[in-house]
Structure formats: C-alpha cells, structure tokens
Design a protein around this ligand. Structure first.
Ligand code: ZN
Length: 278
C-alpha cells in the first residue's frame, strides 16, 4: 500500500492512507542505506507486518523542521503590531523559493490600519502580486490556494498564525496550542512535526520554521530566488550580472525608475553582502 507519513515518534511512523492510519516501522535496509523516513514522505508499506518498504523520491526536504515534500509555505505577515517587516518577508520568500516550495503571503491585521496606512501597505501588496507572488488576506481565499497540498505555516510571533489556524479549523489550533503549552513547561524539549489532514490538505505545525536562514545559499542563489532579480536578468547586458554596479543592468534601471520596489532591492543587497561577510 502507498501512503503519507503524518507523524513520527521514536521509530514509530504513522501513515495516512485512504482516510485510515497505520503505525509502521522502517525496514532495516533504510539503516543500511543511511536513509531516514520523514514526515511528509510518500511511502510503500506492508500493512500486515507493519513495515515501511520503500520511500518515494522527495521533491524537497527541510531540516528544521524535519519534513519532506512541502508544496506550499504560508508566510503569515502582520502589517501592524508587529509592524510590516519587508526584510523578514523578503528573506523568508527567498529561502522558501530556494527550497523548491511555493510561498503564499498571508497579510494579517489589515483592519488595524487607518486610511493613510492602508494606502501605503496596499502599494506593497499590489507590488508582490504584480511580480508574481500569491497573496491572500482572508481564510477563504487562502483555502482555495492550498487545496490538496502539503502546507507549512510560518510567521513572526504575534503575526496571527494561531488565529488564522483557528479560523481554518478550530481543532488544528487546539492541537498546536497544546504542543506550545507542553513546550513551555520545559519538559518536552524535543518535539515532533506532525501533519494534520484538513479535507484533502495536509497542514504541518512547525514553529521552528520561523528560524530559517540562508545556510548554504550563495549570492547567485539569492539572486535567482528573488523574482524580479531573476526575471530581469535576461535583459541585463551581462549574463552573470549581480545587479550591483554593472553596466547595462536592467534591475538598476528599474530601481531608478521606481519599477522595482526600493525595499526589495535594498534587502537583496543586504542579503548578498551578508553572505560575503560570512
Ligand atoms: Zn543586472
């Protein structure tokens, strides 16, 4: 049989298949091949003997949280209390894209803005949408975008992640709260990642995801995973243009004309220079 690993505690893997779950252990051959099944893996299993027999190839694999085959990451982004942070958003977008995951920006607390503030934020929302990122600000719009996918949620504390999860499915929020509470007690310091099935969508509870960093990304990876830095490259004079001071750089030209958001460009410059300092 074929299913998806939704939970792993010690060496017990819970596999979801046709709305049923099975607890299996990995076969010894995985140890020999130095492979560990991960939450999110599609696996073949022997339901009689409770063994995972095969792991299907992964589209991606995250280390923290430990999870495979994530389709979408929802970046829960507050526009007020805490204030809109373009640096954090751009960084998260770039790292997520590099990991072969589609990002969706979910804006929260738009109702806290006055008219002038809203106009200012709307410029950003429109810009991110224009360059090709998916944007949502209501649970219903979001649900349409994540249907039938495996999804992780990320966002700074206070951005409204729990409130959003609660709107999507109250049981989901309850489960994640229980885990945070257990963690707060200091006893269960190692926690597991778990996928919750809501309709046909798998949602992972992954608090550690907010700690993502550039790790092994080089400046060229950063360039190629920021939409407008990549999309404009073919119009630059040099095929290896890093958009910093080169002649005939389309990105610099568009920054000059305000066609590329200045905050995006400044963040890009900071990301690539940060790498050079390492
Ligand atoms: Zn350029």
């Amino acid at each position: 049989m074929k299913g998806i690993i939704v939970k792993n505690i010690s060496n017990d893997y819970t596999i979801s298949c046709n709305n049923k779950t099975y607890v299996c252990k990995p076969r010894g051959k995985f140890r020999i091949n130095n492979m560990t099944p991960l939450v999110g893996d599609t696996v073949a299993f022997d339901e009689q003997n409770h063994y995972i027999t095969d792991i299907y190839p992964r589209k991606n694999e995250l280390i923290r949280p430990s999870i495979a085959n994530v389709d979408i990451a929802v970046i829960v982004t507050s526009v007020k209390h805490p204030n809109f942070d373009t640096f954090l958003l751009d960084k998260t977008l770039t790292i997520i894209s590099y990991n072969n995951i589609i990002p969706i920006i979910y804006f929260t607390k738009l109702d806290l803005l006055n008219e002038i503030e809203f106009k200012e934020i709307k410029k950003y929302i429109d810009y991110y949408q224009k360059i090709g990122y998916s944007v949502a600000s209501t649970p219903n719009d979001l649900l349409k975008l994540i249907a039938n996918k495996t999804v992780v949620f990320t966002g700074q504390s206070g951005a409204g992640k729990s409130t959003l999860l609660n709107k999507i499915d109250p049981t989901l929020s309850l489960k994640t709260d229980e885990i945070s509470y257990a963690l707060g007690r200091g006893k269960h310091t190692t926690r597991h990642t778990e996928l919750y099935k809501i309709g046909n969508t798998y949602i992972a509870d992954t608090p550690g995801f907010s700690k993502i960093d550039f790790h092994d990304m080089k400046p060229i990876d950063i360039r190629d995973n920021m939409k407008e830095m990549f999309d404009n490259l073919e119009y630059c004079k040099y095929a290896d243009c890093m958009h910093t001071k080169e002649d005939g750089c389309m990105v610099l030209e568009k920054v000059e004309k305000n066609e590329i958001l200045i905050s995006r460009y400044q963040n890009y410059r900071q990301f690539i220079s940060g790498w050079l300092l390492c």
